[in-house]
Design a protein around this ligand. Structure first.
Ligand code: ASP
Length: 467
C-alpha cells in the first residue's frame, strides 16, 4: 500500500503493508538490499490467447524485477514460467457479498405474524360469532332461565346472552381470558366449543409466528454458496480481470464452476473488475457478488461492516514470492520464509495488518447484533404500548361519558340542576373511602315520576328478561 503521506517520502519509504514488512524481515535475515517498484500494468499476471503473460509474471520473465512480492497466488501455470518460494500465506477463493440491510422493526410489528386479510377475517368472525351466539341463545329455550330459582311462580325468564354479554363472552375466549357467563344449551355450547377451537389454533399460530417476526431484523443473505450463485441469474457475479481467480474458473472441470465461468464470460456489461478495490466498490452498490481470495475478503470485512463472506473456500492455495525462472534467490528466500513461519513472525505480521491496523471494526457491532437477537427492544413491541394507551384513553372517555350520562339522568329524576348533581357526584367520589357509597333513592322515597323512571332504568340490566 502507498502511505498516506507518500508525496513527502522517497523510495521504499513510500510503501507500507504486510509485504513491505515481509521483505524487510527477509532482507534482514538474508542481508540484501532492495528497491520497490510498482508493477506497470497493475496486474498480477495472466496468460492471453497467444500465451503471453502480463503483470508481475511478465516483468519477472522480462527480468525487469528480481522478485514479485504481493498477493500473488502460486499456480501450476505460473510455476511453469517463473519460480516460486515456499508459500507464506494460505487461502482459497470465496464469495464477497453485501450484508443484507437490517430491517428497522415497525411500530405495529406485533401485527406482522398475521396478514391484513387474516386480521380482517378475525375481526369479522368475532362480530359474526358474537351475533350468532346472541341469536342462537334467543332461539334456544334452554338459554331462558328463571332468574329467581327459589320462586317457582316467577313468570319471567331471563337470557344471559344479551348483545353485550355475547360480545363479552366471545372476546373473553378470543383473548384466552374467559368470562363469568357460560352457555347452557347444546347449540350455544357447540358454537362456543367451535369458537374455542378456532381461537386455540389462531392464538397458537400467532404466538409461534410472533417470535420469528419480532426478531425479523436478523439478516439472511439471498445466497449461501457458489452453488446458489450458479443456480440463479438475478445476482451478477465476477472476479478480478487478470489473476489466478479468473484462471481457476476458466480452467475448472467442476460443473458448477464451469457454469459460473460461462455466465461470467457472457455477462454484459463485464463482471470482471480491474482491481479488487473496484470489485468491492461494485459489491457495495448491491446485487453483485465478487469472487475473491479469502485473505482479501477477510481484510475487507474487517474494515467494512457492510461486507460479508458467503460460504467456505472453493479451493486451497498459497501466496508465494515469485522469482524469474532459474533465479539464484529462490531457495534462500524459501528458507527465510520457513524460518519466519517457525518463529511465528508471519502470524504476527498477519494480525498486525489485518486486525490491528484499521481492522477489527465489526466485532463490537457483531457482538451487539448477536446480543440483540435474543432481546426485544421497544422498537419491536412499541406498537403494543400504543394500543394499550389508545385503549386506556378510549376507556377514560367512555367512563366520563357514562358518568355524565348517569348524572344528568339522576339530575332529571331529582329535578336538580345538572351542575349541582355533577358537583355532588364528584364530591362523593372524592370523599368516599373504601368501595361503598350511599345507594340512589328507592322508588318509595321518590315521587310517582321517579318510580316510573327507575322502573324503566331497570330494563337497562345485564340480562334480558321475558315473561
Ligand atoms: N492473488 C490473485 C493472483 O495472484 C489475484 C486474484 O485473482 O484474486 O492472481
Amino acid at each position: 500500500m502507498i502511505k498516506e503521506n507518500a508525496d513527502m517520502l522517497e523510495g521504499n519509504d513510500k510503501f507500507e503493508g504486510y509485504c513491505i514488512d515481509l521483505i524487510h524481515e527477509l532482507s534482514a535475515i538474508l542481508g540484501f538490499k532492495y528497491s520497490i517498484q510498482l508493477v506497470k500494468d497493475k496486474a498480477h499476471g495472466s496468460k492471453n490467447e497467444r500465451g503471453e503473460w502480463n503483470g508481475m509474471i511478465r516483468e519477472l520473465i522480462d527480468r525487469d524485477a528480481d522478485m514479485a512480492i504481493a498477493d500473488l497466488t502460486m499456480t501450476y501455470e505460473r510455476e511453469e514460467s517463473v519460480d516460486f518460494t515456499m508459500p507464506f500465506m494460505n487461502l482459497g477463493i470465496s464469495i464477497l457479498f453485501k450484508k443484507p440491510t437490517v430491517k428497522v422493526p415497525k411500530l405495529f410489528q406485533f401485527l406482522a405474524p398475521l396478514s391484513l386479510d387474516v386480521w380482517i377475517y378475525m375481526a369479522t368472525s368475532y362480530l359474526g360469532i358474537s351475533l350468532m351466539l346472541f341469536i342462537l341463545a334467543r332461539l334456544s329455550p334452554y338459554e331462558w332461565d328463571n332468574p329467581h330459582p327459589c320462586d317457582p311462580d316467577n313468570d319471567v325468564l331471563e337470557n344471559q346472552f344479551n348483545l353485550n354479554n355475547s360480545f363479552w363472552f366471545i372476546i373473553g375466549s378470543l383473548m384466552q381470558q374467559g368470562s363469568d357467563i357460560a352457555p347452557k344449551a347444546m347449540s350455544t355450547r357447540l358454537l362456543a366449543g367451535i369458537w374455542w377451537f378456532f381461537t386455540l389454533i389462531m392464538i397458537s399460530s400467532y404466538t409461534a409466528n410472533l417470535a420469528a417476526f419480532l426478531t425479523a431484523e436478523r439478516m439472511t443473505a439471498p445466497i449461501g454458496s457458489a452453488e446458489d450463485l450458479a443456480k440463479q441469474t438475478k445476482i451478477q457475479y465476477g472476479c478480478l480481470k487478470s489473476g489466478s481467480t479468473k484462471s481457476f474458473f476458466q480452467s475448472s472441470n467442476i460443473p458448477t464452476y464451469k457454469r459460473m465461468w460461462a455466465a461470467m464470460e457472457s455477462s454484459r456489461p463485464t463482471v470482471f473488475a480491474e482491481s479488487n478495490a473496484k470489485g468491492v466498490e461494485r459489491v457495495l452498490k448491491g446485487n453483485y457478488a465478487y469472487l475473491m481470495e479469502s485473505t482479501s475478503i477477510e481484510y475487507r470485512t474487517e474494515r467494512n461492516c457492510d461486507l460479508m463472506q458467503i460460504g467456505g473456500l472453493l479451493d486451497q492455495k498459497g501466496y508465494g514470492i515469485a522469482t524469474p525462472p532459474g533465479s539464484p534467490f529462490t531457495n534462500a528466500l524459501s528458507s527465510a520464509i520457513l524460518n519466519l513461519q517457525e518463529e511465528g513472525k508471519l502470524h504476527v505480521l498477519k494480525s498486525k495488518w489485518w486486525k490491528k491496523k484499521g481492522g477489527d471494526k465489526c466485532t463490537e457491532e457483531g457482538g451487539k447484533a448477536s446480543g440483540s437477537e435474543s432481546e426485544m427492544g421497544l422498537a419491536n413491541v412499541g406498537g403494543v404500548f400504543v394500543v394499550l394507551l389508545m385503549g386506556l384513553s378510549v376507556a377514560c372517555v367512555i367512563a366520563v361519558m357514562e358518568f355524565v350520562w348517569k348524572t344528568q339522568k339522576v339530575a332529571r329524576e331529582e329535578r336538580e340542576s345538572m351542575c349541582t348533581e355533577l358537583i355532588q357526584e364528584i364530591k362523593q367520589i372524592l370523599h368516599c373511602r373504601g368501595s361503598t357509597r350511599p345507594a340512589p333513592k328507592t322508588p318509595e322515597e321518590g315521587s310517582q315520576a321517579d318510580i316510573i323512571t327507575i322502573a324503566s332504568l331497570r330494563t337497562v340490566n345485564t340480562v334480558t328478561t321475558r315473561p
